[in-house]
Write a protein that binds this ligand. Structure first.
Ligand code: S3P
Length: 430
Protein backbone atom coordinates (compact mmCIF):
# COMPACT_ATOMS: atom_id res chain seq x y z
CA UNK A 1 0.00 0.00 0.00
CA UNK A 2 0.98 3.62 -0.39
CA UNK A 3 2.99 3.46 -3.60
CA UNK A 4 1.94 6.80 -5.08
CA UNK A 5 1.75 9.88 -2.91
CA UNK A 6 -0.79 12.41 -4.16
CA UNK A 7 -0.05 15.69 -2.46
CA UNK A 8 -3.00 18.05 -2.06
CA UNK A 9 -2.84 20.81 -4.65
CA UNK A 10 -5.41 23.58 -4.62
CA UNK A 11 -3.87 25.35 -7.59
CA UNK A 12 -6.88 26.30 -9.78
CA UNK A 13 -7.46 24.33 -12.97
CA UNK A 14 -7.25 26.71 -15.90
CA UNK A 15 -6.50 26.77 -19.61
CA UNK A 16 -7.43 24.19 -22.22
CA UNK A 17 -7.12 20.40 -22.10
CA UNK A 18 -7.91 17.92 -24.84
CA UNK A 19 -8.82 14.55 -23.36
CA UNK A 20 -8.02 11.35 -25.31
CA UNK A 21 -10.38 9.70 -27.76
CA UNK A 22 -13.54 7.95 -26.67
CA UNK A 23 -13.01 4.39 -25.49
CA UNK A 24 -16.37 3.04 -26.68
CA UNK A 25 -16.06 4.61 -30.12
CA UNK A 26 -12.41 3.50 -30.51
CA UNK A 27 -13.35 -0.16 -29.85
CA UNK A 28 -16.19 -0.02 -32.35
CA UNK A 29 -14.01 1.60 -35.03
CA UNK A 30 -11.52 -1.28 -34.78
CA UNK A 31 -14.27 -3.91 -34.86
CA UNK A 32 -16.24 -2.50 -37.79
CA UNK A 33 -13.08 -1.50 -39.70
CA UNK A 34 -11.81 -5.07 -39.36
CA UNK A 35 -15.08 -6.61 -40.56
CA UNK A 36 -15.36 -4.16 -43.47
CA UNK A 37 -13.89 -4.26 -46.94
CA UNK A 38 -11.32 -1.56 -47.69
CA UNK A 39 -9.02 0.66 -45.63
CA UNK A 40 -10.55 2.44 -42.65
CA UNK A 41 -8.64 5.37 -41.21
CA UNK A 42 -9.34 6.10 -37.54
CA UNK A 43 -8.16 9.49 -36.23
CA UNK A 44 -7.78 10.37 -32.54
CA UNK A 45 -7.88 6.67 -31.64
CA UNK A 46 -7.55 5.97 -27.90
CA UNK A 47 -4.41 3.86 -27.59
CA UNK A 48 -5.13 2.87 -24.00
CA UNK A 49 -4.73 -0.75 -22.96
CA UNK A 50 -8.38 -1.76 -23.45
CA UNK A 51 -8.70 -0.60 -27.06
CA UNK A 52 -5.29 -2.06 -27.91
CA UNK A 53 -6.65 -5.47 -26.81
CA UNK A 54 -9.28 -5.18 -29.54
CA UNK A 55 -6.57 -4.25 -32.08
CA UNK A 56 -4.39 -7.24 -31.10
CA UNK A 57 -7.32 -9.60 -31.34
CA UNK A 58 -8.14 -8.61 -34.91
CA UNK A 59 -4.45 -8.86 -35.82
CA UNK A 60 -4.63 -12.45 -34.48
CA UNK A 61 -7.63 -13.00 -36.77
CA UNK A 62 -5.49 -11.97 -39.75
CA UNK A 63 -6.33 -8.26 -40.18
CA UNK A 64 -3.49 -5.89 -41.04
CA UNK A 65 -3.72 -2.90 -38.71
CA UNK A 66 -1.10 -0.14 -38.72
CA UNK A 67 -0.79 2.44 -35.95
CA UNK A 68 0.99 5.77 -36.09
CA UNK A 69 0.50 7.70 -32.85
CA UNK A 70 -3.26 8.25 -32.67
CA UNK A 71 -4.09 7.20 -36.21
CA UNK A 72 -5.01 3.66 -37.16
CA UNK A 73 -5.14 2.23 -40.64
CA UNK A 74 -7.24 -0.91 -40.73
CA UNK A 75 -6.89 -2.89 -43.95
CA UNK A 76 -10.14 -4.84 -43.91
CA UNK A 77 -10.76 -7.61 -46.40
CA UNK A 78 -14.24 -8.48 -45.26
CA UNK A 79 -15.57 -11.11 -42.90
CA UNK A 80 -14.65 -14.07 -45.13
CA UNK A 81 -10.93 -13.20 -44.97
CA UNK A 82 -10.75 -13.57 -41.17
CA UNK A 83 -8.73 -16.61 -40.11
CA UNK A 84 -8.87 -18.97 -37.15
CA UNK A 85 -6.32 -17.96 -34.50
CA UNK A 86 -3.96 -20.68 -33.26
CA UNK A 87 -3.62 -19.27 -29.73
CA UNK A 88 -6.24 -18.19 -27.16
CA UNK A 89 -7.41 -14.57 -27.49
CA UNK A 90 -6.75 -12.33 -24.47
CA UNK A 91 -9.28 -9.65 -23.48
CA UNK A 92 -7.18 -8.30 -20.58
CA UNK A 93 -9.27 -6.06 -18.31
CA UNK A 94 -11.60 -4.95 -21.09
CA UNK A 95 -15.29 -5.69 -20.63
CA UNK A 96 -16.11 -3.96 -23.90
CA UNK A 97 -13.64 -6.10 -25.86
CA UNK A 98 -15.05 -9.22 -24.17
CA UNK A 99 -18.74 -8.53 -24.72
CA UNK A 100 -18.49 -7.12 -28.23
CA UNK A 101 -15.97 -9.73 -29.40
CA UNK A 102 -18.08 -12.59 -28.04
CA UNK A 103 -20.85 -11.23 -30.29
CA UNK A 104 -18.49 -11.12 -33.28
CA UNK A 105 -16.86 -14.51 -32.62
CA UNK A 106 -20.29 -16.09 -32.19
CA UNK A 107 -21.04 -14.98 -35.75
CA UNK A 108 -17.81 -16.16 -37.40
CA UNK A 109 -17.35 -19.76 -38.61
CA UNK A 110 -14.24 -20.19 -36.45
CA UNK A 111 -13.19 -21.98 -33.28
CA UNK A 112 -11.71 -19.64 -30.67
CA UNK A 113 -10.82 -19.74 -27.01
CA UNK A 114 -10.95 -16.48 -25.06
CA UNK A 115 -9.86 -15.38 -21.60
CA UNK A 116 -9.29 -12.28 -19.48
CA UNK A 117 -7.46 -10.94 -16.43
CA UNK A 118 -8.62 -11.83 -12.88
CA UNK A 119 -11.14 -8.93 -12.79
CA UNK A 120 -12.72 -9.79 -16.15
CA UNK A 121 -12.79 -13.49 -15.19
CA UNK A 122 -15.25 -12.59 -12.42
CA UNK A 123 -17.56 -10.51 -14.63
CA UNK A 124 -20.76 -12.02 -16.09
CA UNK A 125 -20.60 -13.18 -19.70
CA UNK A 126 -23.92 -15.08 -19.71
CA UNK A 127 -25.55 -11.80 -20.72
CA UNK A 128 -23.96 -12.13 -24.17
CA UNK A 129 -23.69 -15.92 -24.31
CA UNK A 130 -27.45 -16.40 -23.80
CA UNK A 131 -28.66 -14.38 -26.82
CA UNK A 132 -25.91 -15.51 -29.18
CA UNK A 133 -26.54 -19.13 -28.16
CA UNK A 134 -30.19 -18.59 -29.06
CA UNK A 135 -28.94 -17.46 -32.48
CA UNK A 136 -27.03 -20.75 -32.87
CA UNK A 137 -23.50 -20.21 -31.50
CA UNK A 138 -21.84 -22.93 -29.41
CA UNK A 139 -20.05 -22.12 -26.16
CA UNK A 140 -18.27 -24.11 -23.52
CA UNK A 141 -17.08 -22.74 -20.20
CA UNK A 142 -17.56 -22.64 -16.43
CA UNK A 143 -21.07 -22.51 -14.98
CA UNK A 144 -22.84 -23.07 -18.30
CA UNK A 145 -20.48 -20.61 -20.00
CA UNK A 146 -21.36 -17.73 -17.69
CA UNK A 147 -17.72 -16.70 -17.18
CA UNK A 148 -14.40 -16.54 -19.00
CA UNK A 149 -12.48 -18.50 -20.15
CA UNK A 150 -14.77 -19.65 -22.93
CA UNK A 151 -14.46 -21.85 -25.98
CA UNK A 152 -16.54 -20.57 -28.88
CA UNK A 153 -17.58 -22.35 -32.05
CA UNK A 154 -19.31 -19.66 -34.05
CA UNK A 155 -21.06 -19.28 -37.37
CA UNK A 156 -24.35 -20.43 -38.90
CA UNK A 157 -26.40 -17.97 -36.85
CA UNK A 158 -30.02 -17.04 -37.42
CA UNK A 159 -31.40 -13.63 -36.44
CA UNK A 160 -33.61 -13.22 -33.34
CA UNK A 161 -35.70 -10.62 -31.62
CA UNK A 162 -34.16 -10.02 -28.21
CA UNK A 163 -35.44 -8.01 -25.27
CA UNK A 164 -32.42 -6.80 -23.26
CA UNK A 165 -32.73 -7.99 -19.64
CA UNK A 166 -30.08 -5.44 -18.51
CA UNK A 167 -29.59 -1.81 -19.51
CA UNK A 168 -26.31 -2.51 -21.27
CA UNK A 169 -24.86 -1.09 -24.47
CA UNK A 170 -22.33 -3.90 -24.46
CA UNK A 171 -25.06 -6.55 -24.63
CA UNK A 172 -27.01 -4.59 -27.23
CA UNK A 173 -23.85 -4.27 -29.31
CA UNK A 174 -22.95 -7.96 -29.02
CA UNK A 175 -26.37 -8.98 -30.35
CA UNK A 176 -26.27 -6.40 -33.16
CA UNK A 177 -22.76 -7.50 -34.22
CA UNK A 178 -23.82 -11.16 -34.19
CA UNK A 179 -26.91 -9.99 -36.09
CA UNK A 180 -25.01 -8.50 -39.03
CA UNK A 181 -23.16 -11.82 -39.37
CA UNK A 182 -26.34 -13.94 -39.10
CA UNK A 183 -29.00 -14.98 -41.61
CA UNK A 184 -32.21 -12.96 -41.53
CA UNK A 185 -33.14 -9.98 -39.36
CA UNK A 186 -32.05 -9.31 -35.77
CA UNK A 187 -33.96 -7.01 -33.44
CA UNK A 188 -32.85 -5.70 -30.05
CA UNK A 189 -35.39 -4.07 -27.75
CA UNK A 190 -34.05 -1.85 -24.96
CA UNK A 191 -35.72 -0.99 -21.62
CA UNK A 192 -33.90 2.34 -21.55
CA UNK A 193 -31.65 4.04 -24.06
CA UNK A 194 -27.98 3.10 -23.69
CA UNK A 195 -25.03 4.48 -25.66
CA UNK A 196 -25.82 4.15 -29.35
CA UNK A 197 -22.35 4.20 -30.94
CA UNK A 198 -22.65 0.71 -32.47
CA UNK A 199 -25.83 1.45 -34.37
CA UNK A 200 -24.54 4.88 -35.45
CA UNK A 201 -21.24 3.52 -36.65
CA UNK A 202 -22.83 0.56 -38.46
CA UNK A 203 -24.66 3.15 -40.55
CA UNK A 204 -21.38 5.00 -41.20
CA UNK A 205 -20.02 1.70 -42.58
CA UNK A 206 -22.98 1.52 -44.95
CA UNK A 207 -25.13 -0.96 -43.04
CA UNK A 208 -28.87 -0.86 -43.07
CA UNK A 209 -30.06 -0.19 -39.49
CA UNK A 210 -33.65 0.58 -38.54
CA UNK A 211 -34.15 2.47 -35.30
CA UNK A 212 -37.55 2.91 -33.82
CA UNK A 213 -38.12 4.23 -30.28
CA UNK A 214 -36.57 1.44 -28.21
CA UNK A 215 -35.97 -1.12 -30.96
CA UNK A 216 -33.03 -1.51 -33.34
CA UNK A 217 -33.21 -3.87 -36.31
CA UNK A 218 -30.30 -4.98 -38.48
CA UNK A 219 -30.33 -7.07 -41.61
CA UNK A 220 -27.97 -10.05 -41.57
CA UNK A 221 -25.09 -10.85 -43.92
CA UNK A 222 -24.52 -7.22 -44.84
CA UNK A 223 -21.21 -6.18 -46.32
CA UNK A 224 -19.61 -3.28 -44.45
CA UNK A 225 -17.64 -0.75 -46.45
CA UNK A 226 -14.54 1.00 -45.06
CA UNK A 227 -14.90 4.61 -44.00
CA UNK A 228 -12.95 7.26 -42.09
CA UNK A 229 -13.73 7.74 -38.41
CA UNK A 230 -12.82 10.67 -36.18
CA UNK A 231 -13.01 9.67 -32.52
CA UNK A 232 -14.31 12.52 -30.31
CA UNK A 233 -12.75 13.19 -26.89
CA UNK A 234 -14.09 10.82 -24.25
CA UNK A 235 -16.69 12.53 -22.05
CA UNK A 236 -16.06 9.81 -19.45
CA UNK A 237 -12.41 10.95 -19.23
CA UNK A 238 -13.36 14.65 -19.38
CA UNK A 239 -15.68 14.04 -16.41
CA UNK A 240 -12.68 13.85 -14.04
CA UNK A 241 -11.61 17.32 -15.13
CA UNK A 242 -15.18 18.67 -14.96
CA UNK A 243 -15.25 17.53 -11.34
CA UNK A 244 -11.80 18.91 -10.52
CA UNK A 245 -12.73 22.33 -11.93
CA UNK A 246 -16.02 22.28 -10.01
CA UNK A 247 -14.36 21.68 -6.61
CA UNK A 248 -11.01 23.49 -6.73
CA UNK A 249 -11.46 27.22 -5.91
CA UNK A 250 -10.66 29.67 -8.69
CA UNK A 251 -10.86 27.09 -11.49
CA UNK A 252 -12.05 27.83 -15.00
CA UNK A 253 -11.13 25.04 -17.40
CA UNK A 254 -12.00 24.28 -21.01
CA UNK A 255 -12.10 20.74 -22.37
CA UNK A 256 -11.86 20.72 -26.16
CA UNK A 257 -13.53 18.39 -28.68
CA UNK A 258 -15.50 16.39 -26.13
CA UNK A 259 -18.04 13.90 -27.47
CA UNK A 260 -21.58 15.10 -26.72
CA UNK A 261 -23.64 12.16 -27.93
CA UNK A 262 -26.92 12.52 -26.03
CA UNK A 263 -26.69 8.94 -24.74
CA UNK A 264 -23.51 9.93 -22.86
CA UNK A 265 -24.16 13.42 -21.49
CA UNK A 266 -25.86 12.49 -18.20
CA UNK A 267 -22.83 13.94 -16.37
CA UNK A 268 -23.56 17.38 -17.86
CA UNK A 269 -27.19 17.15 -16.69
CA UNK A 270 -26.01 16.25 -13.19
CA UNK A 271 -23.43 19.05 -13.04
CA UNK A 272 -26.15 21.50 -14.03
CA UNK A 273 -28.53 20.13 -11.38
CA UNK A 274 -25.72 20.51 -8.82
CA UNK A 275 -25.29 24.16 -9.80
CA UNK A 276 -22.05 24.04 -11.78
CA UNK A 277 -21.62 26.82 -14.37
CA UNK A 278 -21.08 25.13 -17.74
CA UNK A 279 -20.83 26.59 -21.21
CA UNK A 280 -20.67 24.56 -24.40
CA UNK A 281 -19.11 26.18 -27.49
CA UNK A 282 -18.15 25.20 -31.04
CA UNK A 283 -20.72 22.44 -31.29
CA UNK A 284 -20.48 20.45 -34.49
CA UNK A 285 -21.27 17.01 -35.83
CA UNK A 286 -18.38 14.95 -37.12
CA UNK A 287 -19.10 11.49 -38.53
CA UNK A 288 -22.53 11.36 -36.94
CA UNK A 289 -21.23 12.20 -33.42
CA UNK A 290 -21.76 15.60 -31.78
CA UNK A 291 -18.69 17.28 -30.25
CA UNK A 292 -18.05 20.59 -28.53
CA UNK A 293 -15.79 22.54 -26.15
CA UNK A 294 -16.94 22.59 -22.54
CA UNK A 295 -15.95 25.21 -19.99
CA UNK A 296 -16.52 24.59 -16.29
CA UNK A 297 -15.80 26.71 -13.27
CA UNK A 298 -15.85 26.26 -9.50
CA UNK A 299 -19.29 26.13 -7.94
CA UNK A 300 -21.06 25.95 -4.62
CA UNK A 301 -22.51 22.53 -5.20
CA UNK A 302 -25.94 21.28 -4.20
CA UNK A 303 -27.08 17.67 -3.95
CA UNK A 304 -28.85 15.66 -6.67
CA UNK A 305 -30.89 12.49 -7.08
CA UNK A 306 -29.63 10.18 -9.81
CA UNK A 307 -31.94 7.37 -10.86
CA UNK A 308 -33.91 5.66 -13.63
CA UNK A 309 -33.19 6.26 -17.29
CA UNK A 310 -30.51 8.84 -16.46
CA UNK A 311 -28.27 6.10 -15.02
CA UNK A 312 -27.16 4.44 -18.32
CA UNK A 313 -26.23 7.91 -19.61
CA UNK A 314 -23.66 8.36 -16.83
CA UNK A 315 -22.91 4.83 -15.63
CA UNK A 316 -19.12 5.26 -15.81
CA UNK A 317 -19.24 8.70 -14.16
CA UNK A 318 -20.80 7.56 -10.87
CA UNK A 319 -17.48 7.29 -8.97
CA UNK A 320 -16.62 10.92 -9.78
CA UNK A 321 -20.21 12.06 -9.15
CA UNK A 322 -19.94 10.48 -5.68
CA UNK A 323 -16.85 12.60 -5.04
CA UNK A 324 -18.72 15.74 -6.17
CA UNK A 325 -21.57 14.81 -3.83
CA UNK A 326 -19.20 14.84 -0.84
CA UNK A 327 -18.67 18.55 -1.61
CA UNK A 328 -22.37 19.35 -2.18
CA UNK A 329 -24.78 20.74 0.40
CA UNK A 330 -27.46 18.17 1.20
CA UNK A 331 -28.02 14.49 0.54
CA UNK A 332 -27.26 12.95 -2.85
CA UNK A 333 -29.03 9.71 -3.66
CA UNK A 334 -27.84 7.37 -6.41
CA UNK A 335 -30.13 4.43 -7.16
CA UNK A 336 -30.98 2.00 -10.00
CA UNK A 337 -27.26 1.50 -10.49
CA UNK A 338 -26.76 -2.15 -9.45
CA UNK A 339 -24.72 -2.62 -12.67
CA UNK A 340 -21.89 -0.87 -10.81
CA UNK A 341 -21.45 -4.05 -8.81
CA UNK A 342 -20.24 -5.90 -11.94
CA UNK A 343 -17.88 -3.32 -13.44
CA UNK A 344 -14.04 -3.58 -13.34
CA UNK A 345 -14.59 -3.94 -9.60
CA UNK A 346 -17.69 -3.61 -7.39
CA UNK A 347 -17.75 0.17 -7.82
CA UNK A 348 -20.35 0.73 -5.10
CA UNK A 349 -18.17 -1.00 -2.50
CA UNK A 350 -14.95 0.59 -3.84
CA UNK A 351 -16.30 4.17 -3.90
CA UNK A 352 -17.76 3.84 -0.41
CA UNK A 353 -14.50 2.37 0.91
CA UNK A 354 -12.31 5.10 -0.62
CA UNK A 355 -14.49 8.07 0.26
CA UNK A 356 -15.15 6.81 3.80
CA UNK A 357 -11.39 6.53 4.35
CA UNK A 358 -11.02 10.12 3.15
CA UNK A 359 -13.63 11.34 5.64
CA UNK A 360 -16.87 11.44 3.63
CA UNK A 361 -20.27 10.53 4.99
CA UNK A 362 -21.36 7.89 2.48
CA UNK A 363 -23.26 4.63 2.70
CA UNK A 364 -23.77 1.83 0.20
CA UNK A 365 -27.19 0.55 -0.82
CA UNK A 366 -27.93 -2.54 -2.94
CA UNK A 367 -28.20 -0.49 -6.11
CA UNK A 368 -26.34 2.72 -5.37
CA UNK A 369 -25.22 4.98 -2.54
CA UNK A 370 -26.30 7.82 -0.31
CA UNK A 371 -23.90 10.69 0.31
CA UNK A 372 -24.40 13.36 2.96
CA UNK A 373 -22.51 16.57 2.16
CA UNK A 374 -20.68 18.64 2.58
CA UNK A 375 -17.67 17.14 4.35
CA UNK A 376 -14.02 18.15 4.29
CA UNK A 377 -11.74 15.38 3.00
CA UNK A 378 -8.64 14.24 4.83
CA UNK A 379 -5.75 12.23 3.46
CA UNK A 380 -5.11 8.54 3.93
CA UNK A 381 -4.14 5.23 2.41
CA UNK A 382 -6.62 4.06 -0.23
CA UNK A 383 -7.01 1.22 -2.71
CA UNK A 384 -8.03 1.76 -6.33
CA UNK A 385 -9.01 -1.92 -6.71
CA UNK A 386 -7.13 -2.02 -10.05
CA UNK A 387 -9.96 0.06 -11.49
CA UNK A 388 -9.01 3.02 -13.70
CA UNK A 389 -12.05 5.11 -12.83
CA UNK A 390 -11.59 4.58 -9.09
CA UNK A 391 -7.89 5.53 -9.39
CA UNK A 392 -8.69 8.76 -11.29
CA UNK A 393 -11.45 9.66 -8.82
CA UNK A 394 -8.90 9.27 -6.01
CA UNK A 395 -6.42 11.52 -7.83
CA UNK A 396 -9.08 14.24 -8.23
CA UNK A 397 -10.13 13.88 -4.57
CA UNK A 398 -6.53 14.49 -3.56
CA UNK A 399 -6.71 17.99 -5.04
CA UNK A 400 -8.85 19.08 -2.08
CA UNK A 401 -7.72 16.85 0.79
CA UNK A 402 -6.03 18.34 3.83
CA UNK A 403 -3.19 15.76 3.78
CA UNK A 404 -1.57 13.51 1.19
CA UNK A 405 -3.49 10.59 -0.27
CA UNK A 406 -1.51 7.38 -0.81
CA UNK A 407 -2.79 5.38 -3.78
CA UNK A 408 -1.85 1.68 -3.83
CA UNK A 409 -1.43 1.45 -7.60
CA UNK A 410 -2.06 3.92 -10.41
CA UNK A 411 -1.22 1.50 -13.25
CA UNK A 412 -4.89 0.88 -14.14
CA UNK A 413 -5.23 4.47 -15.39
CA UNK A 414 -3.48 3.41 -18.62
CA UNK A 415 -6.65 1.46 -19.48
CA UNK A 416 -8.49 4.58 -20.61
CA UNK A 417 -6.29 7.66 -20.02
CA UNK A 418 -2.53 7.04 -20.38
CA UNK A 419 -1.64 10.77 -20.03
CA UNK A 420 -3.97 11.52 -17.14
CA UNK A 421 -1.37 12.80 -14.66
CA UNK A 422 0.39 14.91 -17.31
CA UNK A 423 -2.93 16.56 -18.22
CA UNK A 424 -3.76 17.16 -14.55
CA UNK A 425 -0.39 18.81 -14.05
CA UNK A 426 -0.92 20.91 -17.19
CA UNK A 427 -4.34 22.08 -15.96
CA UNK A 428 -2.85 23.07 -12.59
CA UNK A 429 0.22 24.89 -13.92
CA UNK A 430 0.79 28.24 -12.30
C1 S3P B 1 -19.59 0.45 -22.73
C2 S3P B 1 -20.80 0.31 -22.10
C3 S3P B 1 -20.95 0.41 -20.64
C4 S3P B 1 -19.74 1.07 -19.98
C5 S3P B 1 -18.44 0.58 -20.52
C6 S3P B 1 -18.35 0.78 -22.02
C7 S3P B 1 -19.56 0.28 -24.20
O1 S3P B 1 -21.12 -0.89 -20.13
O2 S3P B 1 -19.79 0.88 -18.58
O3 S3P B 1 -17.36 1.28 -19.91
O4 S3P B 1 -18.56 0.69 -24.84
O5 S3P B 1 -20.53 -0.27 -24.74
P1 S3P B 1 -22.60 -1.56 -20.11
O6 S3P B 1 -23.23 -1.25 -21.39
O7 S3P B 1 -22.39 -3.04 -19.95
O8 S3P B 1 -23.27 -0.93 -18.93
Amino acid sequence: MGKKELKPCQQPLTGVIEVPGDKSISHRAVILGSLATGTTKVRNFLDGEDCMRTVTIFQSLGVKIEKDEKTLLIHGKGVKALTEPKAPLYFGNSGTTARLMIGVLAGLPLFTTVYGDPSLTKRPMDRVVTPTRQMGANFDGRENSSYLPLAIRGGGLTGISYQLPVKSAQVKSAVLLAGILADGMTEVVEQAETRNHTENMLQAFGANVNKDENSIIVKGKQELLATDIYVPGDISSAAFFFAAAAIVPGSNLTLKNVGLNETRTGIIDVLQIMGVPITIANQQIIGGEKIGDITISKANLTSATIEGDLVPKLIDEIPIIALLATQAEGTTIIRDAAELRVKETDRIAAVVDVLTTLGANIEATDDGMIIHGKTPLTGGYVRAYDDHRIAMMIAIASRITSESVFLDDEASIAISYPNFFADLEKAQQE
